[in-house]
Design a protein around this ligand. Structure first.
Ligand code: SAH
Ligand code: SF4
Length: 376
């Protein structure tokens, strides 16, 4: 593995400073930026319009591969691919590529593990290891952007849509809590939305948070039109304190105030995620509590059938209960969608492939013990 600094850690301006510091003209930064983010070059040697000396300096200083694919799982319908990547320090994270009708949505991780401890979540059960760097966040997107751009990657038949094609949407819904790694995550967003390079539309990016109020208030002040999703899962404090323990620090009233501020400042609708768990948060009284909580809020509710996690007592709601819950919201005038279940056959839920691999002992015994020891 190349241990050098990742080029994906740098904004355009930072790259320009490096290039000028080496005594090259500033326009070289533009050329490199295009190689990396438009032509999706995987190495410096292919950047043929750069002087040899500059290519050598770049290769000595920077890596273009902050993560390495360890294993990949592909759903039987090929519409979901999930990569498990190895990072510096022998850590691992997951990235999921989902093909929808028109969208190719990438679900990326922001941390190795997560410290928020939601008991139904595979990542939460594995505990927190470390924050991802900006380069590691950008690198997940670039890996799959290259894969989609290469008509032959994984074999001609590997993708359910004709290639070359692009990543159209990015959601921070993989491992980790993005608001707990705010600066690195937002730097990654600035790099990915840079019009001179990857040029992803800010509105095609969604940051999903467990409800960290300071992060929501910061996001309300950002100039980019990035979307906000809040993982609610319960509309009353007592139940939410259990399902989403950080609720004790930022209870619902405070969270909803921050969301209202966000909406006032940005004019944007907020998505509320609600994973339906059998007999836990899926009864009519829970739907009524949710309706009360969202009254007058510019909201959209995403009902997610729970992905069962190995060794966890939380079970998904039945189809009937899910439909009943969705109808109640609809009748109250709250826009609601039931998110399709994707990639169940490949452990596609948040943190699940990593957990599977770690528990399978493919990662070396010491770490396996550490991770499974948290809760099993
Ligand atoms: N930490 C952030 C983003 C990552 S989790 C957050 O919590 O929002 C992305 C989404 O997956 C969240 O809505 C989370 O609650 C949900 N999730 C976690 N475990 C799940 C499971 N087993 N089944 C369904 N959704 C799950
Ligand atoms: Fe962390 Fe989100 Fe999982 Fe909660 S649901 S443990 S915040 S990743």
């Amino acid at each position: 593995m190349t241990e050098g600094r990742s080029l994906y850690d740098l904004t355009y301006e930072e790259l320009e400073d490096v290039i000028k510091g080496w005594g090259h003209p500033a326009y070289r930064a533009r050329q490199i930026w295009e190689w990396v983010y438009v032509k999706l070059a995987g190495d410096f040697a292919s950047m043929t319009n750069l002087p040899k000396e500059l290519r050598r300096q770049l290769a000595e200083t920077f890596s273009l591969a902050p993560l390495h694919l360890l294993t990949e799982a592909v759903s039987t319908d090929k519409r979901t691919r999930k990569g498990l990547f190895r990072l510096r320090g022998n850590e691992t994270v997951e990235t999921v590529l989902m093909f929808y009708d028109k969208r190719r949505t990438l679900c990326i991780s922001s941390q190795v593990g997560c410290g928020m401890g939601c008991p139904f979540c595979a990542t939460g059960l594995s505990g927190f290891r470390r924050n991802l760097s900006t380069g590691e966040i950008v690198g997940q997107v670039l890996y799959y952007a290259r894969w989609l751009a290469d008509p032959l990657a994984g074999g001609e038949e590997a993708a359910p849509v004709p290639r070359p094609t692009r990543v159209t949407n990015v959601v921070f819904m993989g491992m980790g809590e993005p608001m707990a790694n705010y600066d690195r995550g937002w730097k990654a967003i600035r790099i990915l939305t840079d019009k001179r390079g990857f040029n992803l539309g800010a509105r095609r990016i969604t940051v999903s948070t467990v409800g960290l109020v300071p992060g929501i208030l910061r996001m309300a002040e950002e100039d980019l039109q990035v979307k906000l999703a809040v993982s609610l899962h319960a509309a009353e404090d007592e139940l939410r304190n259990w399902l989403v323990p950080i609720n004790r620090r930022y209870p619902l009233a405070e969270l909803m105030d921050a969301v209202r501020t966000y909406i006032r400042r940005t004019g944007r609708r907020v998505t509320f995620e609600y994973a339906l768990m059998r007999d836990i948060n899926d009864r009519p009284e829970h739907a009524r509590a949710l309706i009360r909580r969202l009254k007058g809020v510019l909201a959209h509710v995403n009902l997610i059938p729970l992905n069962p996690v190995e060794g966890s007592p939380f079970q998904p709601s039945t189809r009937r209960t899910t439909v009943r819950f969705a109808r109640m919201l609809e009748d109250a005038g709250i826009p609601v969608t039931v998110r399709l279940r994707r990639g169940l056959d490949i452990n596609a839920g948040c943190g699940q492939l990593r957990r599977h691999v770690l528990q399978g002992g493919q990662e070396g015994e010491k770490r396996e013990g550490e991770i499974t020891g948290v809760r099993g």
